[in-house]
Design a protein around this ligand. Structure first.
Ligand code: DHB
Ligand code: FE
Length: 282
């Protein structure tokens, strides 16, 4: 049985990638943010996962407003990124996990989720920035990555309860896989932010703290919020919380929080970071 060791929630803003490219991690603006990743990386590399499942949103690189899958999953052997205009340097090819990806797809369909299956897909900053935060030297060639997209750009967006249940279905699929892989899941983006429109710049750290707390102890409570509630409370892009909920859904054991950080503002966001251990599964 493949095992999920834990879940990481992380910001994915492109400015992080640029700061890393320019070596700005220890400057006053970035110090508190990057400090949070030291214990995170320590845990990650101690676990030494074979597979990383990354929930992210495609911000328009592959799936624009004209064609927008609600849920999508990559089944490719390799993934490339592409320039989206943010100026992040290209990163080396990411290795896929075709067999486990297909197992997850089959199990999802069997259990009434019907994702778009992507045998070819380029991945954007939502995936590449958090992966680079775990591997600042970009030495991720030995981990295999499964990209999973959730629509956060075009309404209607999946309800929070659905994103959570989607994660649970993926967690069960991984645990039903006849392999001995060590798996870590990541949910990227958030927390409160809005990039354009009249409320651009809105940040609500009080609500973000509540979300971080509920992600540990009572994720079901978060699923009571509607998408409209989240837009109101956390801004239009605060809906990226759905990726954190999907990550949390994958953790089917006794979950404890090992680490948390919230730094605001970082670019336009409250940048959250959380490590959740999937206790009984180790
Ligand atoms: C920013 C935040 C995002 O979630 C994103 O996808 C792009 C940019 C930002 O705050 O700069
Ligand atoms: Fe984003």
């Amino acid at each position: 049985m493949a095992k999920i060791y834990g879940g990481i929630g992380s910001s994915h803003i492109p400015a992080i990638g640029i700061a890393m490219d320019k070596g700005l991690e220890d400057t006053p603006y970035w110090r508190d943010f990057f400090k949070g990743y030291v214990p995170m990386r320590k845990w990650f590399h101690e676990v030494d996962p074979d597979v990383v499942i990354i929930f992210y949103n495609d911000h328009g690189l592959e799936m624009f407003l004209d064609k927008k899958p609600t849920f999508a999953i990559g089944t490719a052997a390799e993934y490339e990124n592409a320039d989206e205009g943010w100026g992040i340097k290209p990163i080396p090819t990411i290795q896929g996990e075709t067999e486990l990806s297909w197992h997850i797809v089959n199990e999802l369909v069997e259990h009434d989720f019907d994702p778009t299956v992507c045998q070819e897909i380029k991945v954007d900053h939502g995936l590449t920035v958090p992966l680079t935060l775990m591997f600042p030297d970009k030495g991720y060639s030995k981990v295999k990555v499964i990209p999973v997209c959730i629509n956060c750009e075009r309404h209607p967006m999946p309800k929070l309860s659905r994103a959570y249940a989607f994660g649970q279905a993926i967690g069960r699929a991984v645990e039903s896989y006849d392999g001995d892989q060590k798996v870590v899941v990541m949910g990227t983006g958030g927390l409160s932010h809005q990039l354009d429109g009249e409320r651009a710049g809105i940040i609500n750290t009080e609500f973000d703290e509540e979300c971080l707390e509920k992600l540990v102890s009572d994720p079901e409570a978060l699923t009571k919020y509607s998408i409209e509630d989240i837009v109101e409370l956390a801004g239009a892009q605060g809906v990226e919380l759905n990726m954190w909920l999907a990550m949390r859904g994958c953790l089917l054991g006794n979950v404890t929080e090992q680490y948390r950080n919230l730094v605001a503002p970082i670019s336009n966001t409250a940048a959250g970071l959380q490590l959740l251990i999937n206790d009984q599964r180790i």
